[in-house]
Design a protein around this ligand. Structure first.
Ligand code: FES
Length: 166
């Protein structure tokens, strides 16, 4: 049975992943990790597909597992994944103004984590392991120490300009 690509989901690719784990439900977390590697998040259609094609699972079970673990994202991530630390050290040294500056710059509404054009996504984390450099942000793999709202605005403006976005 060959299924087509729907809403950008390549079910053949998902099948390859399931096959590499013998469609064994014990490997559900590993399967989800692989799917997330491909799409950078877990699309709903992919979770439903896994639930319907792996014996002993259901879409509800897959969804339940995916939402339980913080490592899984159910929303598409941006090309640039911004992580703002709001651990104790960063919080007392001003992570909130930095966070607010990012939200304003990206015009993120309450509860929205990825901006409209898909360029940036924002996540708040509890420690990035660089407390001596607080407040700290990361954009993809790069660490930005001692952030201020002005500094992060300049960084974002530069990336936006590089990408030719507004
Ligand atoms: S609390 Fe922010 S890096 Fe540790």
């Amino acid at each position: 049975m060959t299924e087509t690509i729907s809403k950008g989901i390549d079910f053949k690719k998902i099948d390859e992943i399931l096959q590499s784990y013998d469609y064994n439900k014990s490997y559900l977390i590993a399967m989800l990790q692989k799917v997330q590697e491909v799409y950078r998040y877990l699309p709903e259609d992919a979770m439903t597909y896994i639930g319907e094609h792996v014996e002993g699972l259901s879409p509800a079970t897959v969804y339940g597992v995916a939402t339980f673990y913080a490592q899984f994202s159910l929303e598409p991530k941006g090309k640039y994944e911004i992580r703002v630390c709001d651990g104790t050290a960063c919080h007392v040294r001003g992570s909130m103004p930095v966070l607010n500056a990012i939200k304003n710059k990206l015009k993120l509404k309450e509860g929205q984590t990825t901006c409209e054009n898909g360029l940036f996504s924002l996540e708040i984390v509890s420690c990035l392991g660089a407390c001596g450099l607080a407040p700290v942000c990361m954009i993809n793999d790069k660490v930005y120490p001692q952030m201020t709202s002005d500094a992060i605005s300049v960084i974002l403006d530069t990336l936006i300009k590089e990408e030719g976005a507004n």
